[in-house]
Design a protein around this ligand. Structure first.
Ligand code: PMP
Length: 436
């Protein structure tokens, strides 16, 4: 019996007439999974979504990461209601901002000073400006397949060689801007070394997702992050960690304090960009780092950055409440255990049905790659079967399991998922694999 989604289909047809592509972020469309109307959700609670046709789904999208405590968590909801009752936006400083800054600094010792903004994109964009102001250099080095939001400099792809000046990844970005960006492969120190030998004197910063969340979940190989930080600093450039996904995802902290895996050595960057989880589901971003670098920012220094909505009481209150939930004992171990059970179940079922599947699990999240090889960089992530992923995605959706509609996105466990949810999901996957 097939799931009835006529209301989603009707709403999608209507949305297409008013909203470009029918969606307010391209990743929400089903273009990468063979097309069709995306499901329109009406309500969400805990680990579940309810769509406009009254179907229920177990959710592993978690809104692309922020919803780590599950949907409509009562502690976060209460904090938002209280903030709304106290006035939604002041345009003045508040004590809440200090409390939140303190919480971030306690969890992330590399932050001497922070600034709140409204999105991960803004946070990353501003770290680049600050790094350029501090070093008085222009070029940025980034890694292929890492996503850092949609500002001009980070929407630049690699050219054809192992270390080449960038080409714009989007229309509307001048080549002159793209030429300020060099893209090198992840987990490849010689390529970074080559780029720094060539452009190091002009390089303001090396930007990296220290643990990758955007071409699947990918760990840096042993020694890679150490090498990145060492080579970057030898060139007189700054290390910027984009921890928009990773902050508070695997443990209460960031990759800079992550000591769960024996061969992963935590290292502090000069600047950090944050977002997603730290807003508890409301719009937020933040950046911070060493005092003398952050003092480049207005009103102290010459690098300008501002925001009408920045540090608004609702986002900050939701963020504080979310971090409070995450401070409860055992929450991360529980998510890890559930993710491990789920990943093992998926692996066993895929093997039973002869479906080639690589799973990269990092604590309470993992990515599924339809291929026979490991995925350690963007080339390997691209070299996987998107057509099979698309069919898998739709077979799961039909059975009430909501995944991100892209072969590159992660499955996120939340504090709301239960053992039962995991069992139901493994059974659904078993059925899906049998029909691939
Ligand atoms: N950096 C990373 C690592 C991200 O994953 C994202 C969003 N997926 C961003 C930056 C941009 O954040 P936002 O969508 O909040 O602008």
């Amino acid at each position: 019996m097939s799931m009835q989604r006529s209301r989603s289909e009707a709403l999608y047809a209507e949305a297409l007439q008013h909203i470009v592509g029918g969606v307010n972020s391209p990743s929400r469309s089903y273009k990468a999974v063979g097309g069709g109307a995306p499901v329109f959700m009406k309500r969400a609670e805990g680990a579940y979504f309810y769509d406009v046709d009254d179907n229920r789904y177990i959710d592993y999208l978690a809104a692309y990461g922020p919803i780590i405590t599950g949907h409509a968590h009562p502690h976060i909801t209460e904090a938002i209601v209280r903030a709304a009752q106290n006035g939604i936006l002041y345009g003045t400083p508040t004590e809440l901002e200090i409390q939140m800054a303190r919480m971030l600094k306690e969890a992330i010792p590399s932050l001497d000073k922070v600034r709140f903004v409204n999105s991960g994109t803004e946070a990353v964009m501003t770290t680049i400006r600050v790094a350029r102001a501090f070093t008085k250099r222009n070029k940025i080095i980034k890694f292929a397949g890492c996503y850092h939001g949609h500002s001009d400099l980070v929407l630049v792809a690699a050219g054809s060689g192992p270390s080449t000046l960038g080409i714009p990844d989007s229309a509307g970005i001048p080549t002159s801007i793209a030429q300020e960006v060099i893209t090198v492969p992840f987990n490849n120190l010689p390529a970074l070394q080559e780029a720094l030998e060539r452009w190091g004197d002009d390089t303001a910063a090396v930007m990296i997702e220290p643990i990758v969340g955007n071409f699947g979940m990918v760990m840096p190989e042993p020694g890679f992050l150490e090498g990145v930080c060492k080579l970057t600093r030898e060139a007189g450039a700054l290390v910027i960690y984009d921890e928009v996904i990773t902050a508070f995802r695997f443990h209460y902290g960031t990759s800079q304090t992550f000591n769960v895996f024996p061969d992963f050595k935590a290292i502090e960057p000069d600047l950090t960009a944050l977002g997603k989880i730290i807003g508890g589901g409301l719009p937020i971003g933040a950046y911070g780092g060493r005092k003398e670098i952050m003092e480049q920012v207005a009103p102290l220094g010459p690098a300008y950055q501002a925001g009408t909505m920045a540090g608004n009481p609702a986002s900050i209150s939701a963020g504080i409440a979310c971090l409070e939930v995450l401070q409860e004992a055992g929450v991360y171990d529980r998510m890890n255990d559930l993710a491990t059970t789920l990943a093992e179940g998926l692996r066993a079922s895929a093997a039973k049905h002869g479906v080639p599947l690589t799973i990269n699990q990092i604590r309470g999240s993992f990515s599924t790659h339809f291929c026979n090889h490991p995925v350690t960089n963007y080339d390997e992530a691209q070299d996987t079967d998107g057509e099979i992923f698309g069919r898998f995605f739709k077979l799961m959706l039909e059975q009430g399991i909501n995944l991100a509609p892209s072969k590159y996105e992660a499955w996120f466990l939340t504090t709301a998922h239960t053992k039962d949810d995991i069992e139901v999901t493994i059974a659904a996957a078993d059925h899906a694999f049998s029909r691939l």
